[in-house]
Design a protein around this ligand. Structure first.
Ligand code: ZN
Length: 159
C-alpha cells in the first residue's frame, strides 16, 4: 500500500463558476484558474500522483496549454486514475477536507462523493468528504479563497 497527500488553493472571483468535486454549486463567486478551477479535484489528483510517485498536477496538466483551458477537472481526474492504474495500482480510499467560508457544502456532499467515486472507480463509502471554515481568519476565512486537502491510499493491483 502507498499513501499520497494533496493540497490546493484557488482565489474566489466574480464571473467564474464554483465547482467542487465535479459539482457546480450556485454562488456569487467561483474559482479563478486555467482549467475549471476545481480545487478539490486538483488536491485529489496531487494525492494520487504523490502516492504513485508520478509527479504533480502542474507537470502533467500545465497551465497555459490550450488543451486544458477551462477543461472539466473530472477529465483530468480520469486521466490521472488511468495513469495510476497503468502504473499497477488500484485506488483503495480517499479522504478529503474542503475549507471555505461560504456557501454551506452539506447539501452537495452526496453529489460530490458520487462524482469522485465514479471517476475513481471506487464505492461511495470509500470516499470521505468534510467541510470546514477558517473561523473568519486569513484570506480563506475572509471568503477570498478556497482550499482543499486530500489523502488517498493505493494498493499494488493483485493479478
Ligand atoms: Zn488547482
Amino acid at each position: 500500500m502507498k499513501i499520497g497527500f494533496g493540497y490546493d488553493i484557488h482565489r474566489l472571483v466574480q464571473g467564474r463558476k464554483l465547482i467542487i468535486g465535479g459539482v457546480e454549486i450556485p454562488f456569487s463567486l467561483g474559482e479563478d484558474g486555467y482549467s475549471d478551477g476545481d480545487v478539490l479535484i486538483h488536491a485529489v489528483i496531487d494525492a494520487l500522483l504523490g502516492a504513485s510517485g508520478l509527479g504533480d498536477i502542474g507537470t502533467h496538466f500545465p497551465s497555459g496549454n490550450k488543451e486544458y483551458k477551462d477543461i472539466s477537472s473530472r477529465i483530468l481526474l480520469c486521466h490521472t486514475r488511468d495513469m495510476v492504474t497503468s502504473a499497477g495500482y488500484s485506488v483503495n480510499n480517499l479522504d478529503c477536507t474542503v475549507i471555505l467560508e461560504k456557501p454551506i457544502l452539506s447539501p452537495f456532499r452526496n453529489a460530490i462523493i458520487q462524482c469522485l467515486s465514479e471517476d475513481l472507480h471506487i464505492p461511495g463509502n470509500s470516499v470521505s468528504l468534510k467541510a470546514k471554515t477558517k473561523e473568519g481568519m486569513d484570506d480563506t476565512g475572509a471568503g477570498k479563497s478556497i482550499e482543499a486537502y486530500a489523502v488517498v491510499l493505493i494498493e499494488v493491483e493483485k493479478l
